[in-house]
Design a binder for this molecule. Structure first.
Ligand code: GLP
Length: 243
């Protein structure tokens, strides 16, 4: 594992974007796994700036997003589809048909999960997967206790995840209780993984994931078994790692 501590959260985001832009330039048909969350806003803003100033071309890139809420309309302000459009897709030259996301509104969610896995496989697998981390160590929506070999499917969101999501919803009873997410096994099949964590709220999760032995109590610790992981941290998120 390659870990880099940037002087600031802004710098960590710039580094993540530079790494992604380089991968897109090196392989125009890149299959890219993307994540949502506040951590990713500055990463995507930097990618948009890169597209405008350096002309990085996204026309042949295919994106598979990690997850979405179950039952939330795409137009809802908290939907991950909307997040991706507003922060990235609407501002670069990617084809909308190449922006995939598991459909949390599907009638048959088990079938949607199988189809999503099949689409990833048909695209040749994910070349580079961008990840954030939840305060409880979750990756995508794989909460503590998740199977390290798990595949895409429906999961119940942990109380801390629901509490963190609350800020994006007007009313508490609007927050979906379930997510449709790539499994940890699906994520581990990506050829390269880039995890970005910033802020003191992630320090415990980062230390739990990378500072000791792998344990399903901290889902991100599954990444220890992956041969090509880059960790991009700011000092606050790295604080408990080597302490
Ligand atoms: C959500 C997403 C994760 C993301 C996490 C952290 O739960 N499903 O993919 O990593 O939030 O989000 P934030 O960056 O807002 O802390």
């Amino acid at each position: 594992m390659n870990s880099l501590v940037s002087p600031s959260a802004e710098h960590a985001a710039e580094q993540a974007a530079a790494l992604i832009a380089k991968a897109v330039s090196a392989r125009p048909g890149l299959v890219l796994g993307l994540a949502t969350g506040e951590t990713m806003r500055p990463v995507y803003a930097a990618l948009v700036r890169d597209h405008h100033s350096n002309g990085t071309c996204w026309q042949r890139v295919t994106v598979f997003n990690l997850d979405d809420y179950v039952g939330l309309p795409a137009a809802h302000p908290a939907s991950f589809r909307r997040f991706m459009r507003e922060t990235l897709f609407d501002h670069i030259d990617i084809f909308p048909g190449r922006c995939r996301m598991p459909d949390g509104l599907a009638d048959d969610l088990a079938r949607e999960a199988r189809d999503y896995e099949a689409k990833i496989a048909a695209a040749g697998g994910i070349d580079l997967q961008l990840l954030g981390i939840g305060g409880n160590g979750h990756i995508a929506f794989n909460e503590p206790g998740s199977d390290f070999a798990g595949r895409t499917g429906v999961v119940a969101l942990a109380p801390t995840t629901l509490a963190a999501a609350r800020a994006s919803f007007e009313r508490a009873d609007e927050v979906p209780l379930r997510g449709l997410t790539m499994g940890i096994g699906t994520i581990l099949e990506a050829r390269r993984i880039l995890l970005v964590a910033t802020g003191a709220g992630k320090a415990r999760a980062v230390a739990g994931a990378f500072g000791g032995t792998a344990d399903p109590a901290c889902p991100a610790s599954a990444l220890q078994a992956h041969p090509d992981v880059t960790l991009l941290l700011d000092p606050a998120a790295a604080a408990a790692l080597w302490g």
